[in-house]
Design a protein around this ligand. Structure first.
Ligand code: HEC
Length: 158
């Protein structure tokens, strides 16, 4: 009973260790996927300046659709230069036949990886199977080319 109360107090005070940025999921592939599905990320805004199914570059896919969480959109639009703690960029990667091939995610978790912008990286199969997650070297090595744009290629954030 005491333990339950203690957990409740921790959760309510916002210091619950598994919650990064309010109600956001822990930096964990599965938890992030469940969160994105529950939040209905496909109803989030598109990355400013991009339509649904725009032509992609190597390596992500022939066609891309990129969503941003509302707090990410606000930061991009006000040219903050950096997305806030808890922000998401969710990119759907489609084959040349416009079939969903993978979902790649950048999720900002303050303190998660200070050497690489505190981004949590994840790649999912269309059914949500976690293919890559965490401090993924491949993602980081390529995206560091745009370190000055908060590690983001798709469009300016400042
Ligand atoms: C070889 C370089 C390269 C690698 C490796 C790479 N990316 Fe990207 N990524 C890009 C490029 C280029 C874009 C812009 C896409 C476009 O417009 O075609 C992009 C876009 C994105 C975006 C949309 C936000 C943004 O930065 O523009 C996300 C999310 C993303 N990548 C996640 C990942 C994840 C997760 C991994 C690792 C599993 C990964 N990327 C690996 C080059 C790379």
């Amino acid at each position: 009973m005491l333990a339950v109360v203690a957990l409740l107090v921790l959760a309510l005070s916002g210091s619950f260790p598994v919650l990064a940025g309010g109600e956001r999921p822990a930096p964990d592939g599965k938890a992030v996927w469940i969160y994105l599905k529950d939040a209905g990320y496909t109803s989030w805004p598109l990355f400013p300046g991009k339509d649904k199914l725009y032509k992609g570059r190597h390596p992500h896919g022939a066609w891309l659709t990129t969503y941003v969480s509302p707090d990410a959109l606000a930061a991009i639009q006000s040219k903050k230069g950096m997305l806030p703690n808890g922000a998401f960029v969710v990119k759907e990667n489609y084959s040349p036949e416009k079939k969903l091939a993978a979902v790649t995610v950048m999720y900002r978790v303050s303190g998660f990886d200070s050497e690489a912008g505190d981004w949590f990286w994840a790649k999912y199969a269309p059914d949500g199977k976690v293919l890559k997650e965490g401090k993924v070297k491949g993602c980081i090595q390529c995206h560091q080319a745009v370190i000055s744009n908060d590690w983001i290629f798709t469009g300016p954030v400042k």
